[in-house]
Design a protein around this ligand. Structure first.
Ligand code: ARG
Length: 569
């Protein structure tokens, strides 16, 4: 769908051509210069002409005047030149005639595009470490990663979501030793990851007293690397126990992965990588370990194999990159982790580049800031770590209490409480630019007032309730008669632009901000314009349809940021 911005830009460019054919920008460039003025008195859209002055060899005032003179474009009611700005006012009737039917026709596709058609994107996200706590630090990779996947799919890309589980490494030798010495099968079956973590903690306590345990653990891990049947079965069991629990959390977030291929799939591919590095003269031996020196790039060396020949994190990532390139032939492979791993990825990507693969430029690390938790008294069973499942459970409990008060007769309370509370956490978390370090406060996230997830869910539910109560509505042309209706439509019309901006900057927070804008515009409309009680049938039908369109846009936007929608709260 050609956006209105582009249509307007084409008209502007035509006029600029007439003024100075050599200095006119392309329509796409000009479309990118169109701004939404903060004050609607200055237009619905504005083009600051200062930037064009140099290439156009005219003053901004002359440029703005040349564009505005007799400007005509479908959708634009009025255009004027003011102090070097070209300002446009959209036509409410046009908004009603084009934007509204488009939303109602496109429905779940509204806001999407096909700019990514035929392109493959692999997204590596969540990726917790098996038998270790799945904690709030993983919230970022899980929800940013999944949002980026949804955003890409919405833009037509084919995506593969990979959970690169931390399921390999010496810690499994420790787990095996600890389980054999102190573990109990039933207890672990029942207690899940908590029990595995307790065993791991116990191992470290005991190893302080008896360092020989470390050697034992290393020996068991080596046996595992050689696929010793008993150790392998134990390892598989630890993995199953962990996955079972992760999947509950993913279910609450509405997340499914296309692949759970974790680090364990790559350790046996490391020797081939080392051999190729060696052949290409990139490998050096340093104190027995094999490394790639990255001095020339101002980075510490990338460790490939340890002294005993065993693999570590970086080489498993390098092997995974090759596997993914061969398997999916991706156009982009996106890794979402905390900023703490930026150096790790910079090193890995550099090694692939030095090996001579030009696709190294398509490996993209998307970092995010740290999360601290306070304000809310969160149970922490393992030191200072807040587990995601505990955070979700606590939120669900609190929302249940509010719901029992607000709407005691709601039939599917459990389902709604889960959607609202998990959605609230995600909404609050994603409302910040991803690189910011944030302090998470559960009470703030769960509030039904303010710019929160519950407020957004509530607004969505309100659109559903209007629709339900409206019954059959007259089949007539829309009549946009108030500024609130026009503003709401203008906001709904921007959805695709926001999706594009979020994609370009890998920034799901743009979608959260957009949801808030839609909610604000809808609620202004709702409070100022009678909907169901409107006397004129055409006005009533238009307003019901506006509520329906708002519900569609909010629902689509929720789907992009791991929020489930609920028709009633
Ligand atoms: N398991 C790692 C952690 O929890 C994250 C893995 C990220 N993905 C990757 N391909 N290295 O820190």
């Amino acid at each position: 769908m050609q956006t209105l911005k582009l249509t307007i830009a084409e008209q502007c460019v035509e006029r600029l051509h007439a003024l100075n054919p050599d200095g006119a920008p392309t329509a796409a460039d000009l479309a990118a210069m169109l701004e939404y003025p903060p004050d609607p008195k200055m237009g619905d859209l504005a083009l600051p002409c200062f930037k064009l002055s140099k290439t156009m060899r005219r003053s901004p005032i002359q440029i703005a005047a040349a564009i505005a003179d007799g400007f005509a474009c479908a959708g634009v009611a009025r255009a004027e030149a003011v102090n070097g700005y070209f300002n446009l006012y959209l036509d409410p009737t046009w908004l009603g005639d084009t934007v509204l039917p488009r939303i109602l026709k496109d429905r779940e596709k509204y806001g999407s595009s096909d700019i990514g058609a035929g392109k493959e994107v692999v997204l590596d996200y969540s990726s917790p470490n098996v038998a270790k706590p799945f904690h709030i630090g993983h919230l970022g990779t899980t929800v940013i990663g999944h949002s980026l996947k949804c955003l890409h799919e919405f833009a037509g890309y084919h995506c593969t979501g990979v959970n690169h589980l931390g399921d390999w490494g010496t810690q499994f030798g420790k787990m095996i030793v600890a389980y054999r010495k102190w573990g109990n099968r039933e207890q672990i079956e029942q207690g899940g990851i908590d029990e595995l973590v307790a065993l791991y903690v116990k191992f470290h306590e005991e190893a302080e007293k008896d360092p020989a345990l470390e050697d034992e653990a290393r020996a068991e891990f080596t046996k595992l690397e050689h696929k010793d049947a008993e150790n392998y079965a134990l390892w598989q069991w630890f993995l199953d126990i962990s996955l079972k629990e992760y999947k509950i959390t993913y279910g609450q977030l509405g997340i499914e992965f296309d692949s759970y291929m974790g680090e364990s799939h790559y350790f046996d591919k490391a020797p081939a990588i080392a051999a190729e590095l060696n052949e290409k003269g990139l490998l050096t031996i340093d104190d027995g370990a094999s490394i790639v020196n990255l001095d020339a790039y101002n980075m510490p060396p990338c460790l490939i194999l340890k002294r005993d020949g065993s693999t570590i994190y970086p080489v498993r990532d390098i092997a995974a990159a090759f596997y993914r390139k061969n398997t999916y032939n991706f156009d982009k492979c996106i890794y979402v982790t905390s900023a703490g791993q930026s150096l790790h990825f910079a090193q890995c990507f550099k090694v692939v580049e030095l090996m001579g693969y030009e696709w190294a430029k398509n490996l993209i690390h998307v970092p995010y800031g740290t999360v601290s938790v306070n304000g809310a008294k969160l149970a922490t069973r393992t030191g200072n770590v807040v587990l995601l499942k505990d955070l979700f459970a606590m939120a669900i409990e609190k929302v249940r209490v509010i719901m029992d008060e607000k709407n005691p007769d709601l039939p599917n309370k459990d389902e709604v409480a889960e959607a609202v509370s998990v959605g609230a956490i995600v909404f609050n978390y994603l409302s910040n630019n991803r690189n910011r370090d944030i302090n998470f406060i559960l009470e703030d996230a769960l509030s039904f007032e303010g710019n929160t997830g519950p407020y957004a869910q509530y607004t969505y539910a309100r659109t559903c309730s209007i629709l339900e109560k409206a019954g059959e509505i007259a089949d007539c042309a829309p009549a946009i008669t108030t500024p609130e209706e026009a503003d709401l439509l203008k906001t709904l019309a921007r959805f695709n632009e926001r999706v594009m901006a979020a994609l370009e900057e890998y920034e799901p927070s743009y979608i959260i901000r957009y949801i808030l804008e839609v909610c604000a515009a809808f609620n202004r409309f709702y409070h100022n314009c009678p909907i169901l009680t409107a006397e004129d049938a055409q006005i009533r039908a238009t307003r019901v349809r506006l509520a329906e369109a708002t519900g569609i846009v909010l629902g689509n936007a929720f789907g992009l940021v791991c929020m489930k929608k609920t028709e009633k709260i």
